[in-house]
Write a protein that binds this ligand. Structure first.
Ligand code: FAD
Length: 458
């Protein structure tokens, strides 16, 4: 009886524990991806994420075909879809790598017990995080809320396992072979309409990225060869590209964190660059552990006293100016245009533009989080709300609210020659560039005054 391998945010064939288990089981494989926009609590993907998903699925389907397995695409509430696939194929086993969001866990737990009751072998694996959230606890057996001791505890735990090899041709057979003739039917990827049509806003994203596992590995190698040495010193510079740009790869699981961890350690263990880079991967772990313990991270303040923050009435024109990169604050506008054009934004630029939205425009961080969710190709269930709450001061181990970024000083420090602003805001310095839409000093004072209410609620 076949094994179902359910692909989710792990669109790769190497270091895929669930696929590996199916190889070991030795029966024909049904590989499936479910586009679930219906189950309760599932956050619909943003536009840029849908673009990435389309191409990454196409690439995964090619890689699986090489292994004689067809990728079956289905749409609908995931639990129901997988159960009906079990009925159709007479599957005897179902394997997947774990998810850590609240709604996702509920779906997976229910499915696991109903399939197990029906007599299937059901197994879930650790594939997307280096450390399972329930294994990293403080001395008093609570989850960590501060990064430094959290990461120390991770580093003191057993080293993450070595990556599993990709299956070789001949290791697997799909039900009905690579083309699935006689096997379960699949939707047509194009009919999912994940790509934008009118208007087609994805031109810049297409020019910037090549989704898929092969390109992800190529970038990892290139980063280790060319950039890791500069990483510790250069990572904050807006005008240089020395960071890994692996975030969409990790988001979609084209690479596993285990592969990143071991490749980095094998190349550069003990160097400042490797230590710093892996600790950033550690922030990803931290954000996901926080989400595991606090599933409402995208909608609720992690520090509840921040619910008392008196957000003024939203001025839609200010939000639009921010989204479009027309605030008259050059580094913020550069950041927002980089995001729109490429589907990513430099980490420091994310902090500066988020701070400007929250503390100069006094707009609720959730509005900014939603815009990022829609426009980032790496939009991540944990990292995005975590990053926003970090800037807003309401998150775990967050920047203190009163430390408000001055975008002008940030620009001088991290874009000293003006190359970043020059690239994205070429009209800066001419009459075509607008005056700032707010006074930085006055809005900063207003933000600090509003914060008094949070202090009072504490
Ligand atoms: P590198 O510096 O090369 O870091 C390597 C990897 O570590 C990244 O790919 C990422 O997986 C992880 N990482 C690095 N920094 C962080 C961080 N601060 N928090 C969590 N993980 C980190 N990251 C996302 O992946 N998705 C998001 O949706 C996202 N939204 C953010 C929103 C805000 C407001 C802020 C301040 C940060 C956000 N980040 C998000 C974190 C960070 O900005 C990006 O991960 C980073 O810019 C990606 O570039 P890189 O791959 O070159 O990073």
């Amino acid at each position: 009886a076949p094994s179902i391998v359910w692909f989710r945010d792990d669109l790769r064939v190497a270091d895929h524990p669930a696929l590996h288990a199916a190889v070991e089981r030795g029966e024909p494989v049904v590989a499936v991806y479910v586009l679930d926009e219906e189950s309760s609590g599932i956050r619909p993907l943003g536009g840029a994420a849908r673009w990435w998903l389309h191409h990454s699925l196409a690439s995964l389907a090619d890689d699986l075909r090489e292994l004689d397995v067809k990728l079956v695409l289905r749409r609908g509430p995931a639990g129901r879809v997988i159960r009906s696939l079990v009925d159709e194929t007479g599957a005897g086993a179902a394997f997947w790598n774990r998810r850590y969001g609240g709604a996702e866990r509920e779906i997976d737990t229910d499915l696991k017990s109903s399939l197990a009751e029906a007599g299937l072998e059901v197994r879930s694996f650790a594939g997307s995080l280096l450390f399972e959230p329930w294994t990293i606890r403080t001395g008093s057996d609570t989850p960590f809320s501060v990064f430094t001791p959290f990461w120390k505890a991770c580093l003191a735990a057993d080293e993450p396992r070595h990556p599993l090899p990709a299956p070789s041709p001949g290791d697997l057979t799909g039900v009905g072979g690579a083309h699935g003739r006689g096997g379960p039917a699949s939707d047509d990827l194009d009919e999912w309409a994940l790509l934008p049509t009118k208007p087609d806003w994805a031109g810049g994203i297409r020019d910037t990225w090549e989704p898929g596992e092969a390109a992800a590995h190529a970038r990892l190698q290139e980063f280790l060869d060319d950039d890791l040495g500069d990483y510790a010193k250069g990572r904050d510079r807006l005008d240089r590209q020395v960071t890994s740009r692996l975030s969409p790869r990790l988001r979609w699981g084209e690479l596993s964190p285990h592969q990143v961890w071991h490749a980095t350690r094998e190349r550069a263990a003990g160097t400042e660059g490797a230590r710093k880079f892996l600790s950033e991967v550690g922030w990803r772990e931290f954000a996901w552990h926080i989400l595991f313990h606090f599933p409402d991270l995208a909608t609720k303040s992690w520090r509840s006293e921040f619910d008392a923050f008196p957000w003024p009435r939203l001025k839609p024109s200010a939000l639009t100016a921010w989204e479009r990169g027309r605030t008259g604050v050059p580094v913020v506008d550069a950041a927002m245009r980089e995001l729109w054009h490429t589907g990513v934004m430099h980490n420091r630029a994310r902090m500066i533009s988020a701070s400007f939205l929250i503390k100069n425009l006094l707009i609720d961080w959730r509005r900014g989080e939603e815009w990022f969710w829609d426009t980032l190709v790496d939009a991540d269930h944990a990292n995005n709300p975590f990053g926003w709450q970090w800037v807003a001061g309401s998150g775990a181990d967050a920047a203190p609210y009163f430390r408000i970024f001055n975008p002008e000083l940030q620009r001088e420090k991290f874009d000293p020659d003006g190359a970043y602003v020059g690239r994205w805001v070429p009209e800066y310095g001419t009459d075509d560039y607008p005056e700032p839409i707010v006074d930085l000093k006055a809005t900063r004072d207003a933000a600090l005054a509003a914060y008094e209410q949070v202090k009072a609620a504490r």
